[in-house]
Ligand binder design. Structure first.
Ligand SMILES: Cc1cc2nc3c(=O)[nH]c(=O)nc-3n(C[C@H](O)[C@H](O)[C@H](O)COP(=O)(O)O)c2cc1C
Length: 211
């Protein structure tokens, strides 16, 4: 049985199993649910666990081996320092708001013990279409959520207003070719989530050209 904190990573060129039949994995995927950030508390993953989670998250299909993503980890005091930036920016773009609104921004990243920004970077004009580079970064976010769940942590993938704000982007050091794919909040659920409505897969069997 694999240690939940220390999966064994392969070395380059190693022969790997083509499939990993595993009921626990299917159960995780069938029952996994995000935990809203406001219902998150500690503990979060340790530095060693974060390192493992990021290695797992980055084992994502990636056309052209561009590795079109990077991570920014927020933990401890960095969360409140980032919160100060959010608060200051909100005061600028929405002045005169209620003080509670600004206080919320100041504490926004402290809702969870760890927040990991997944940054998507596209190489414009590359033979691998930009769309595919962006999709790969999205897959990293989901891989991170699933890996965190298997390691015993609650998670939520958020973007919220600050993913798209120019001043916040600058504070994160994003280049023009970079975007926030997600802020993945990680911690422990203070109350269990309940299942949400799910759409049945919209599917058809292709049987020839239409029209
Ligand atoms: C790219 C992306 C951005 C998201 N941003 C937000 C957000 O800003 N605010 C929010 O309430 N939910 C956001 N969500 C939705 C939640 O992360 C989550 O998908 C939803 O709560 C239920 O998901 P579950 O099926 O994992 O339980 C986002 C989802 C994705 C894929």
């Amino acid at each position: 049985m694999t240690d939940v904190r220390k999966p064994e990573f392969p070395s380059e060129g190693e022969t790997l199993a083509p499939a990993h039949p595993n009921g626990e994995t299917l159960s995780l995927l069938a029952r996994r649910r995000s935990t809203v950030a406001k219902c998150m508390t500690g503990p979060g993953p340790s530095d060693e666990q974060i390192a493992t989670l990021l290695r797992l998250a980055a084992r994502t299909p990636d056309h052209g081996k561009l590795f079109p993503w990077r991570f920014i980890v927020f933990e401890g005091e960095a969360r409140s320092r980032f919160g100060e930036i959010l608060e200051a920016r909100l005061r600028e773009i929405e002045p005169g708001g209620p003080e509670e609104r600004y206080a919320f921004e100041r504490a926004r990243f402290e809702r969870a013990p760890v927040v990991i920004a997944v940054i998507s970077e596209v190489t414009p004009g590359h033979k691998i279409p930009e769309w595919e580079q962006v999709l790969s970064a999205g897959a990293v976010c989901f891989n991170l959520l699933v890996s965190a769940s298997a390691m015993g942590f609650a998670g939520q993938w958020l973007t919220e207003w600050y993913a798209y704000d120019e001043t916040v982007r600058a504070a994160l050091g994003l280049k023009q070719t970079e975007r926030v794919a997600g802020f993945v909040y990680l911690g422990t659920a203070s109350e269990p989530p309940t299942e949400r409505p799910r759409a049945e897969p919209r599917v058809e069997r292709w049987s020839g050209p239409r029209g």
